[in-house]
Design a protein around this ligand. Sequence first.
Ligand SMILES: [Zn+2]
Ligand SMILES: [Zn+2]
Length: 316
Amino acid sequence: MVVEINRRKFLTLGAAAGAVAAAPRWMLAQAAPATDMVATARAGALNTPIKTTKLYDNVYLLQGAGGNMALQTGPDGNILIDSSFATAAPKIREAIAAVGKGAPHALINTHWHFDHTDGNEALHAAGFSILAHQNTRERLSTPQTMKMFHATLPAAPVGALPTVTFDQTMQIWQNGDSLELVHFDPAHTDTDIYIHFHNADVLHLGDTWFNGFYPFIDEGTGGTIGGMITAGENALAVANDKTKIIPGHGPLGTKSEFKAFNDMLSGVRDRVLALKKAGASEEEAVAKKPTAEFDAGWGKGMMSPDAFAGIVYRTL
Ligand SMILES: [Zn+2]
Ligand SMILES: [Zn+2]
């Protein structure tokens, strides 16, 4: 079976995702090596503007070329969530300076993927310490293979590695708010955390949420469909109807929108599981189009319905 994915959409997901809806599809079997994948992403990020959206008095959503970022500003220092691509760092620093006078304080990584951590080294050099789950440091410390892209990424430079790590939870009291950082059991990867700003009631879910399209689940570094659904249930328990929820990719969303995503994941899981239990091979299961009823709503993003069904099958 040929797994098909729109590689360019993967690399440009973010505020501009909609602009590449007409981009040609890339066949995975012909995908370029990881060095090219990273170089293409970095080149794209160089001139991608950062869009800033105010979510609370001192909390902002920053959207550029990589994963969605969040920023808390204030006299205790600025906290940034995720660092996009290395070439975006100057624009990220400009975006921060445009809304806050605080000094750099902490950069939090939602997980290890390079569209969320490639800017780590530059922002660390600019004065941010780096906080993440301990598995993020481990994964960034050694070469990692992204199975779906047939790509092996080199170890990150020392300056990009998290300087403070935690296992299950961490609390930060900063700029008049408290932040709760909680590790999910393996979901999108085995490094995922959420960050909840209590007073601002802003919840960053990293790539456990792709708002509006089928998610990429990184089966090579611990991701599974079941883990995604469980993570979603845990996140739903944290949110209320007013919570502003930041997905790793796609627009800011609400609890009901996130619930629709998690319901879709459960629906696809149930259909693929039934086929697998009945003895269907991956190829046979995918050929039966188990995502069909969801494709109109979710099938127009980076993951083709067949590619997503394949991931679900393999991680059940
Ligand atoms: Zn991502
Ligand atoms: Zn990711």
